[in-house]
Ligand binder design. Structure first.
Ligand code: F6P
Length: 320
């Protein structure tokens, strides 16, 4: 490859900027030309493509969001849209593309590679729902934000002996709920991967208070239900615990990335460029047991990430 481009797509995540910086600076270091594409695949179809140099990625390693901006693009899901995108890249002389995003973004990269563009996917999503990587860029920051919020909720909940129901992001994956739950000592963690009954949730809460606890924290991943629904049940079965619902929402997707996310993004961005130079294509980059790896995108998009039941059981055991 001689000329590569980079884009961010789908929901943004903290650390995407650090990844863009790494892609641009490593590419330039290895003698490639680099282009940025504004607003993901939508920007590609609009030919919103511009050259990037060392200074275009200055002062962004610490920033949340994405300087390249992001979009969800319906047109690019069609074969016509994909062909148009590949042609636009060819017209610019671009033969390699780094896509930073989640599952949908990977599917786009996969289609482009079938049309002759060399592609690399980097896992950019707070949900940690991508297979063949232990961590996605942004996940660590999102978990820290949730833990920080729960610390604050604990203070006021224990003053009033209330139960706190915290709804977190994670449409198909309970990892944010699980990791934040373990780190914050939540009594109950509801995730899409594990079935639960609302009666059991209330029962567990009653036991918590009976054992002398002064508050009870229930984390609900949005894919497992809504905080309001859980609160209604708690209100029915134990009104004295005065449930209060906090929906953390998009707060989880903003703010400065943690050092972990910046370092992961920097390593993966550089890795993707080196793999393109080595001639690899249609690959998802990830980190498994500390090692950077590439996996065929086809395999990654068709596999559900296994849920860590051991960690889930540990979190519940320790919060009794
Ligand atoms: O980035 C993934 C995610 O955070 C999901 O957990 C959530 O459901 C979704 O994005 C919401 O994104 P948006 O509001 O941008 O559509």
């Amino acid at each position: 490859v001689k000329k590569i481009a980079v884009l961010t797509s789908g929901g943004d995540s903290q650390g995407m900027n650090a990844a863009v910086r790494a892609v641009v600076r490593s590419a330039l270091y290895f003698g490639l030309e680099v282009y940025g594409i504004q607003r993901g695949y939508q920007g590609l179809l609009n030919s919103d493509i511009f050259p990037m140099d060392l200074r275009s990625v200055g002062d962004i390693i610490q920033r949340g969001g994405t300087v390249l901006q992001s979009a969800r693009c319906k047109e690019f899901m069609t074969p016509e849209g994909q062909q148009k995108g590949a042609q636009i890249l060819r017209d610019h002389g671009i033969d390699g593309l780094v896509v930073i995003g989640g599952d949908g973004s990977y599917q786009g990269a996969n289609k482009l590679s079938k049309l002759g563009i060399k592609t690399m996917g980097l896992p950019g999503t707070i949900d940690n729902d991508i297979s063949y990587t232990d961590y996605t860029i942004g996940f660590d920051t999102a978990v820290s934000i949730v833990v920080d919020a729960i610390n604050k909720l604990r203070d006021t909940m224990s003053s009033h002996e209330r139960s706190s129901i915290v709804e977190v992001m994670g449409r198909h994956c309970g990892d944010i709920a699980l990791h934040a739950g373990l780190a914050s000592g939540a009594e109950t963690i509801l995730v899409p991967e594990v079935e639960y009954s609302l009666e059991e949730v209330s029962e567990r809460m009653k036991q918590n208070f009976a054992h002398g606890k002064r508050h009870s924290i229930i984390i609900v991943a949005e894919g497992a239900g809504s905080g309001d629904l859980v609160a209604q049940e708690v209100l029915k079965s134990c009104p004295s615990y005065e449930p209060r619902v906090t929906v953390l929402g998009h707060i989880q997707r903003g703010g400065t990335p943690t050092a972990f996310d910046r370092n992961l993004a920097s390593r993966l961005g550089d890795f993707a460029v080196r793999k393109l130079i080595e001639g690899e294509s249609d690959k998802a980059c990830g980190i498994i047991k500390g090692e950077l790896v590439t996996t065929d995108i086809d395999k990654v998009v068709n596999t559900k990430k296994p849920f860590n039941m051991e960690l889930y059981e540990l979190a519940l055991r320790l919060s009794q």
